[in-house]
Structures are given as C-alpha cells and as structure tokens.
Design a protein around this ligand. Structure first.
Ligand SMILES: Cc1[nH+]cc(COP(=O)(O)O)c(/C=N/[C@@H](CC(=O)O)C(=O)O)c1O
Length: 401
C-alpha cells in the first residue's frame, strides 16, 4: 500500500511543456524558440570568455577554500551587486539604508523577498503585470501572498496598456506590493518609456505601494548596464523604499550557477538593520547559505576594471545580436508581404517578443513547421539565427495568410 500513489499529475508549465514537445520531435529542422536562454549565431549556448578567465583565475588561487559563506552570501559579491544596480554614487548606499543578500539567482531573490514580505508586510496583496513571467504567480502564492494583476499588455496595439496600468495601480490598496520588470519585459518585450515610468513612479509613491523590481536582464536588453538600470535608479532616487531581485543568469550567462541578489532599499539605516536580520531568518531554514562558485565568478569580474570592461563588450555583443535578429525577422516578414503590422518585432526589447500569434497558430506552426514557442505566442529572439529567420518567416506567413 503506497503512500505516494495519491500524488496527482502536475499541471502543465507553459515554458517547460513546450521544451518537452520540442525534445520529442524527431524532425531534423526543428527549432526551439521557447527557452529564455541565449544562443549564438550557431545556435549554441554561450559561456562568456571573461567567465572562463575568471574561473581559471579562481582555480589557480590555492588560498581559496570551500567553507560555508555567511547567511547573506559572499560580502564582496553583495557590495558589487548593489553598485551594479544602484550605480557608483547612490545616496541610499552612502546612507547605509540598503540591504543586499546573495540569493539563488532571480528566482531565489524573488522567493526570499516574497517570504519576507508575507511575514512582515501588513498588506498581503501583490500585483503583477498581465501577463508576466510564468513563474511569478506561483513564487508569490507559495510564499503566502495573494496575487492580483494589473493591466499591462494591449493585444490590439501589441504595446503597453498604459492607462489601464495607471488605473489599476491607482486602485491598489495602500501598502500593496507591485512587481515591476526593470527592462526587457517577459513575455511581451514591451517596456514603458521613461516618461511613462515617471508617471508610474508618481502613482506608486502617491498610493504608498511597495515596488518589487525584477531585474533579470540588466544590460541584456539595451546592451547598456546603466540604461537598463535607469528605471530602478529613478525610483531609488526619490528616497522611497523598494525591493530588487537581480539575476546574473542572462547577462553573465551564469544560468546554471544560480547566482543573483535580493536588494532592499529602506528609508533609514535603522530599518535596514532590522530588515536584514529578518530576511536572514527566512534564508537559514530555506537553504542555510548560498553557493560559493557563481558569486566568486561575478565578484572576480566586477572588481577588476579590465574584466568588467571585457564583460560589457561581450554583453553588448549578445544584446546587439538579438536586436539584429529582430531587424532581420521584421525584414523577412515584410519581404514576404505577410498581412498585418509586424513593427512590434522591432519595437519590442529584450530576449522576447510577443508575436501576437494565437494559440492555435502556435500549435499549427509546431505541428507543420517544427518551430516551438510558448503557447502565448512568445518567441525568444536569442534562439534565432540568420539561417533560421527565413524558416520562421515562412511559417508565420503560412499561418496568417
Ligand atoms: C522576468 C524573469 N525574472 C526572473 C527569471 C529567473 O531567472 P533565474 O535563472 O532564476 O535568475 C526569469 C527567467 N526566465 C526564463 C527561464 C525560465 O522561465 O525557465 C524564461 O522566461 O524562459 C525571468 O524571465
């Protein structure tokens, strides 16, 4: 008599179920556009050259050991991560009111932050964009928060439903948490303009909402680390509070190292101290202390100005390749005279684009053309190459005409 036989089949995960369908497809021309990971022009994963050099340096340093890190992670990693997102001369850092904890990449930063908020924030509602990254609702619900949505994507314009967003944020209860993707919105590729962000900031502050930034693509969206941090810095500059989940998965290609940071900007040093102690009470029973290797790679690169510069060059290379894939796909669709306005492909930013294809068109493209994207019509531009753009443009043309 088995105990586990009561376990029910798990619901389908939008990203993973497509990856499994792709895996099982025997076609030699199959193309996976669903995974949010960078691919080179040859369609291969990329380990940055500067990462290889950092790892070499670490391996040669015989003074290093494998002792536990402190609960809050590798100290120099935390300091350098704070600087990367908040900038070199952040008043919040100077006033000691910023707490940064190394966490297990972006997901871990979001989860630790959510568990902390579920325990200490009197308002248990957290608002996320509609749509948002598929994992957000579960991370926050499992932490004990109640997830609500604010209007974000407008299917008609394939752009931002700005008025809807402002209206929904304006109607949120004081103290509610609001998840804001810092740049390269997943899954739509639609980011507000800076002018729109300023209006969003004013509503967030005037309604006493607590912003929780998800910064998973800093530098990877525009190619510039500073411009992709502008939105976060705009909020921090007003002296208010926010949480920031940072990930080095995409911009440093450290997906499997699970390295990121949770930064909490408070209104005083005194509050920051209490916040840090309470967040560590979440960490200890969750995973005790974070992993050392990824943090050491990041710290090695960020603390050395030559390696930092080399990183920015490789990072811009990745971002530029994605932007050129957007241009090439748009031109290929135009060349085929495919009906409809496809300019959103070049207007969108970051790893992803919402094609606007319907679920049945997505299934048809998978079945007939062996091209896999998530059922919401999201494609990862990073998975395209000059060779495969025509294949996708042909498939889109076939299903929309
Ligand atoms: C917006 C966003 N935030 C956080 C993460 C977490 O990444 P981490 O590796 O924990 O730092 C991801 C990953 N997104 C891709 C990975 C996945 O969902 O499987 C994706 O959208 O494909 C995001 O797209």
């Amino acid at each position: 008599n088995s105990i586990l036989s009561i376990v029910l089949p798990a619901p389908k995960d939008p990203v993973l179920s497509v990856i499994f369908a792709y895996r099982d497809d025997p076609s030699p021309v199959k193309l996976n556009l669903s995974a949010g990971t960078y691919r080179t022009e040859e369609g291969k994963p990329l380990v940055l050259d500067v990462v290889r050099r950092a790892e070499q340096q670490l391996a040669n340093d015989l003074s290093r050991d494998k002792e536990y890190l402190p609960l809050n992670g590798l100290p120099e990693f935390n300091k350098l991560s704070t600087k990367l997102i908040l900038g070199d001369d952040s008043p919040a850092v100077k006033e000691n009111r910023v707490v940064t904890i190394q966490c297990l990449s972006g997901t871990g930063s979001l989860r630790v932050g959510a568990e902390f908020l579920a325990t200490h924030n009197k308002e248990r509602v957290i608002f996320v964009p509609d749509p948002t990254w598929g994992n957000h609702p579960r991370i926050f619900a499992l932490a004990g928060l109640s997830v609500e949505y604010f209007r974000y994507y407008d299917p008609k314009s394939r752009g931002l439903d700005f008025n809807g967003m402002l209206e929904d944020l304006g109607a949120a209860p004081p103290g509610a948490i609001v998840v804001l993707q810092a740049c390269g919105h997943n899954p739509t590729g639609v980011d507000p303009t800076f002018e729109q962000w300023e209006q969003i900031r004013q509503v967030v502050r005037s309604k006493s909402l607590l912003p929780f930034f998800d910064s998973a693509y800093q530098g990877f969206a525009s190619g510039s680390l500073d411009s992709d941090a502008q939105v976060v810095r705009m909020f921090v500059a007003d002296g208010g509070e926010c949480l920031i989940a940072q990930s080095y998965a995409k911009n440093m290609g450290l997906y499997g190292e699970r390295i990121g940071a949770l930064t909490i900007v408070c209104t005083s040093e005194d509050v920051a101290k209490k916040v840090e102690d309470q967040v560590l009470l979440v960490v200890r029973p969750m995973y005790l202390t974070p992993p050392i290797h990824g943090a050491s790679i990041v710290a090695t690169i960020l603390k050395n100005s030559d390696m930092y510069n080399d990183w920015t060059i490789e990072l811009k290379g990745m971002a530029d390749r994605i932007i050129s894939m957007r241009q090439q796909l748009y031109e290929a669709i135009q060349a085929r005279g495919t009906p409809g306005d496809w300019s959103h492909i070049i207007k969108h930013i970051g790893m992803f684009t919402f094609t606007g294809l319907s679920e049945e068109q997505v299934h048809l493209i998978a079945k007939e053309y062996h091209i896999y994207m998530t059922y919401d019509g999201r494609i990862s531009m990073a998975s395209l190459s000059s060779k495969t753009v025509p294949q996708l443009a042909d498939a889109i043309h076939a299903v929309v005409t």
